[in-house]
Design a protein around this ligand. Structure first.
Ligand code: AMP
Ligand code: MG
Length: 333
């Protein structure tokens, strides 16, 4: 598909090749100062909620396979294949089984399609604040997620007044609790907005952006249809047609902020879902053994740090929210 890349976007993408110089731009400096406060306040919040911070893995024999079309990076590990983390989803479950409530600032490598240059919200290398909590259900983890986001926004408003003013960003404090839509309701609205989309899959990026503009405040979309997401999202025992999972969306067209769910812990169900989705099971031997041994029920989510920074700073493109951004097809330092 041929896309028309706007002049502004073209110029901004070109500047990435000169990041060794453009990192000194005043807007970049203010953004990185805000990002530091975002990380600091999120860590503080989670520590007070009883979460332990762990170091994230960079590679493993298996990583999250559900990357919406993005490809894994595979490196040669002494003659054996190792995957760079697309997300530390499986490893989060492992750490949670030992420590209960954990989080990490985890590096993610996803070879996104070159078209993602158009979305302004996809990087090839990015960080998630990734967390998992033993014994939580999805209501409880969504509640934590919205309080986390509001805490970070309040903190940045209070401590980064000058930076926000410099960037021209007027940042309101979102009202709690956030609105919740079921996936079906969200698809209904998208269809009313003119997007011919199906009830059986995740919401496509363009519709997601329109929905995020239309709703005008933070909102959750919950209960995705079974089969539409990764095998680790738990099937609702009371209604097997849906999953106990969710996404959080920013307002103003910034799109998806968070994805998360309660986790599937039954080995046979996981294997069946992997088979149905055609996931190659090589590399998952340790994961299967972990589930067979017994893994606690848990729920968790990941929130993209650069997307959060982009929203807070009101930036046009996600690559303005990372010190060393890598965008599909663009070679930069
Ligand atoms: P996912 O599990 O794919 O939904 O990813 C979790 C979160 O990471 C998303 O909700 C986004 O905030 C963020 N994220 C996912 N993919 C990317 C990407 N290519 N670039 C930047 N952030 C991303
Ligand atoms: Mg997602």
């Amino acid at each position: 598909m041929i896309h028309v890349i706007s002049e502004k976007r073209k110029k901004s993408l070109l500047s990435l090749e000169k990041r060794h110089l453009t990192i000194r731009d005043e807007r970049m400096i203010r953004t990185l100062k805000i990002q530091d406060r975002v990380l600091c306040s999120a860590r503080d919040f989670l520590s007070k909620e009883g979460f332990l911070q762990i170091q994230a893995p960079v590679m493993g024999p298996a990583t999250d396979p559900g990357l919406r079309g993005a490809k894994h990076a595979i490196v040669d590990f002494y003659g054996k294949p190792m995957r760079l983390m697309g997300s530390m989803l499986l490893h989060k479950q492992m750490a949670m089984s030992a420590l209960g409530k954990i989080f990490a600032f985890s590096p993610c490598i996803r070879f996104e399609d070159e078209e993602t240059k158009e979305t302004g919200r996809h990087l090839v290398e990015f960080y998630q604040l990734d967390l998992e909590a033993k014994g939580y259900d999805y209501e409880k983890i969504m509640d934590l997620g919205e309080r986390l986001v509001v805490h970070v926004i309040k903190y940045v408003r209070k401590h980064c007044k000058e930076e926000l003013e410099f960037l021209g960003r007027k940042l309101g404090i979102p009202k709690l609790p956030f609105k919740k839509l079921t996936h079906e309701q969200a698809v209904d609205i998208c269809r009313e907005l003119g997007f011919d989309i199906s009830y059986g899959e995740e919401i496509p990026w363009e519709a997601e952006k329109a929905l995020s503009e239309y709703i005008g405040e933070f909102f959750w979309v919950r209960d995705y249809p079974t089969g539409s997401r990764g095998f680790y999202d738990k099937i609702d025992p009371e209604d097997p047609k849906k999953l106990r999972d969710f996404d959080l969306f920013y307002p103003e067209g910034y799109g998806e902020a968070i994805s998360g769910s309660e986790r599937e812990t039954e080995l046979e169900i996981v294997k069946m879902k992997m088979r149905k989705a055609g996931v190659e099971t090589k590399g998952y031997e340790w994961y299967f053994e972990m589930l067979k041994f017994g893994t606690p029920e848990s729920a968790g989510f990941g929130i993209g740090i650069e997307r959060l920074t982009r929203f807070i700073c009101g930036l046009d493109f996600i690559w303005e929210a990372a010190p060393f951004p890598k965008v599909a097809g663009v070679v930069s330092p």
